[in-house]
Design a protein around this ligand. Structure first.
Ligand code: PMT
Length: 225
């Protein structure tokens, strides 16, 4: 039985992967299934939290007892997360968010023309939602948690990402075509802005989620006291 250590808390979790449309039939996307974010949502409910789950392009069953907001693009995810974060005690960004989107959306399907190389796709930057929430906390003492999905120099990249993003905790996990994305299990190192680092061994995504809440709950209690 889970500790009811999130009773009375509102937590906002983003899950899944954004899709940035090029035309009505194509998009730029990523391999996130949403499983890690949904595991965070289920475990937070079990610990007594009110949960808003902002879900981008997942094919998972709706978790019981959460406010579910479905989004498609990074801009939609930003709007939904910022709105829910206004009265949140904690925000956890487990979604894989596109850093760039096509500068233009073609209203009709882009056609290939005979003998012509494809036109380059121009991309523009998406806002960094995690950095924005960390810099501009909607509530005093709001705890902000990010993830880092890395393929190389995992820990070194994670450490510099923690500084850049300005969040309280950063969950660093290694990813690959079939690693972490879509699987039932994960392993991670949780980096804290106070300098501590906690290795979480390979196991169900629920177990990692519970270790993340184990880190968040005392921070919330300390800030309210
Ligand atoms: O969904 P699963 O299949 O279970 O896989 C889980 C996962 C690998 C998607 C998850 O564990 C994970 O690592 N999520 C974060 C993926 C990601 O976008 O990482 P990043 O290193 O590119 O981004 C760092 C952080 O900034 C993330 O918290 C991300 O949500 C956030 N971000 C990124 C870009 C952006 N424009 N705005 C953001 O807020």
């Amino acid at each position: 039985v889970a500790e009811p250590d999130l009773v009375g808390r509102h937590v906002v979790i983003s899950a899944g992967g954004t899709r940035e449309p090029l035309d009505p039939v194509r998009f730029l996307g990523n391999r996130s299934s949403g499983k890690q974010g949904y595991a965070l949502a289920r475990t937070a409910v079990a610990r007594g939290a009110r949960v808003t789950l902002v879900s981008a392009n997942t094919a998972l069953a709706d978790p019981a007892g959460v406010d579910l907001v479905r989004v498609g693009t990074a801009l939609q995810l930003r709007e939904a997360v910022l709105k829910a974060a206004a009265d949140a005690d904690a925000v956890v960004m487990a979604a894989a968010v596109a850093d760039f989107r096509p500068a233009e959306y073609a209203g009709g399907k882009i056609k290939k023309k005979d003998g012509q190389e494809p036109a380059p796709v121009t991309l523009v930057r998406n806002p960094d939602i995690l950095a924005e929430i960390s810099a501009d906390r909607a509530r005093e003492g709001q705890v902000v948690v990010g993830f880092a999905a890395e393929t190389d120099d995992v820990l070194a990249n994670g450490r510099s990402k923690l500084l850049r993003k300005g969040c309280d905790l950063l969950v660093v996990n290694e990813v690959g075509e079939a690693k972490t994305f879509g699987s039932e299990e994960n392993e991670a190192v949780i980096l804290s802005s106070d300098g501590s680092e906690l290795a979480v061994p390979y196991g169900p995504k629920e177990s990692l989620a519970d270790v993340i809440w184990d880190q968040v709950a005392p921070r919330l209690a300390a800030r309210r006291a």
